[in-house]
Design a protein around this ligand. Structure first.
Ligand SMILES: CC(C)(COP(=O)(O)OP(=O)(O)OC[C@H]1O[C@@H](n2cnc3c(N)ncnc32)[C@H](O)[C@@H]1OP(=O)(O)O)[C@@H](O)C(=O)NCCC(=O)NCCS
Length: 165
């Protein structure tokens, strides 16, 4: 659905030549400067303390259920994905949650996002879960198109919120 209809906003045209394949692997401490730079390139904000904390929680501990993977090509880190197995939140049996995925602008539309997605799904399978979930902003049509292209669909939960004024 979204695969064929979504507008390819702010994206370069797909490269005519085959894309250089990136290798997917677990993040290392030495990748942090590249991850911070990539996030800054995409969000416009450098957040070194945030990424150091995420690395400590997701890249260095409980690695059988927390996953922080990077896509690396000859040109360096092209993207990353972060997720974890969460159990019994909201009454749900254990399932995989993806809460961040980013590919640098010039590496997009070459399959790196798909390879990251597939790799973290393999991690979830090995961790023993059979479902993957994520949450996204309603107006982020890019990330919605991407996740729909991977086969994800609306799930059984809804999110509620209110201002604590
Ligand atoms: C979403 C994102 C990870 C996709 O990475 P990518 O490497 O370009 O993805 P792929 O090349 O594997 O694309 C897979 C499919 O996603 C969909 N897709 C990707 N980019 C798209 C775009 N700009 N418009 C519409 N569909 C798109 C397509 O269906 C595509 O398949 P196709 O090329 O065969 O049509 C990347 O665009 C990104 O980092 N975006 C910003 C992420 C973000 O907003 N993160 C915040 C929330 S965590």
């Amino acid at each position: 659905m979204a695969r064929s209809t979504a507008k390819r906003a702010e994206q370069p045209a797909k490269a005519a030549s085959p894309a250089p394949k990136s290798r997917i692997r677990a993040v290392a401490l030495t990748d942090l400067p590249a991850v911070i730079a990539l996030d800054e390139e995409i969000t416009g904000l450098a957040k070194p303390d945030y990424w150091k904390d995420l690395y400590e929680r997701y890249g260095a501990r409980r690695r059988s259920e927390r996953f922080f993977l990077v896509a690396e090509s000859a040109e360096g880190i092209q993207g990353f994905v972060i997720g974890e197995v969460r159990a019994w939140e909201f009454g749900s049996p254990p399932c995989g949650w993806i809460f961040a995925i980013q590919v640098r602008h010039r590496g997009r539309l070459k399959g790196a996002g798909t390879r990251l997605f597939n790799a973290i799904c393999d991690c979830f399978r090995r961790a023993g879960v059979d479902k993957v979930r994520t949450m996204l902003a309603r107006d982020n049509t890019l990330i919605l198109s991407f996740f729909r292209s991977q086969g994800m669909m609306a799930g059984p939960f809804i999110q509620l919120e209110m201002a604590l004024g």
